[in-house]
Design a protein around this ligand. Sequence first.
Ligand SMILES: [Zn+2]
Length: 360
Amino acid sequence: MDISSFFSATYAEAREKFLTACKARSLDIQSHLNPNSKGQQGEDLYMDVVRIGSDTASKFLVISSATHGGEGFCGSGIQVGLLQEGMLNNLPSDTAVLLVHAINPYGFSHVRRVNEDNIDLNRNFIDFSIPRPDNAPYREVHDWILPKDWEGPTKDVADAAIAKYIEDKGMPTFQAAVTAGQHIAEDGVFFGGKKASWSNDTIRSVIKEHAGDAQHLALLDIHTGLGPYGHGELIYVGAKSGFNRAMNWYDGEVTDPSAGTSTSAEVFGTMEQGISQMSPNATHTSVAIEYGTIELMEVLNALRADNWLYIHGDVDTPLGQNIKATVRNAFYCDADDWKAMIWERGHTTISKALAGLANS
Ligand SMILES: [Zn+2]
């Protein structure tokens, strides 16, 4: 097994590998075109969905990649590996697996966390019919997060202010202020949006179509950028009532941001909420698998730089290319040992999810 061959260097390559692996197994592919943007190479952008297993399933495992765009190099690799290795060939008769490839294809192609509207999709699943939640701590740091210039005195002042904030209040407080999700600055980071995005609407319709009547739905949403190199932290992302079940399924290894046991801050408006709403009769067992890449402050600074680049900068400059290389490294470690760790933890976790569903 050549694990590294599951992974790709671009969104276009990843999509091609995914489609080829699906066709080799004669799976029907539903390709949802994003009409609002194009890829980095001018290519069309799709969220591709395949269903494996029973047409009358009551139990579903949803495995999704690229909710955070450039994190899709990892998730796509796992999805391609599952298909190429035939690991989903013998599902129980009441079970189906949905592979959702590139929920945020714009971000995957442009190697960005956000979508075409600078929205963090995993903060976009809130109720837009009521006033959007404030994030007062983010107001405090926004001007430092997005300085006018990325080099020179303005940047130095912003960096010093962030360092002082962390010194005074601690890294967890800074991480929560920046990453919890904010609805006050559309030119800021971790912005939740002003309305439901295309990806939000599309994944909702996918879940409704396939799993709207599901009795049990397990979610494994694949992410990168937090935690130790190559380690896949299982972060619980569902309603509190399902936490103990997730702990049982995953051998007690599930962390809980609301309890402070995760490398993630507690965040709001995640995709899991949309998926749960569209499968209202189901029991939900939802985790994100979060694979570590580089150190947290480097990741946050890469995301900050990327945000600056698209608001104030120019990708087609030496500085722009430098920033893009940094962002890519924050999402994806292009190394055989990292990919082997990703794959091992990924397919093991998926086996546990299927066993949990079978026993539920
Ligand atoms: Zn993520």
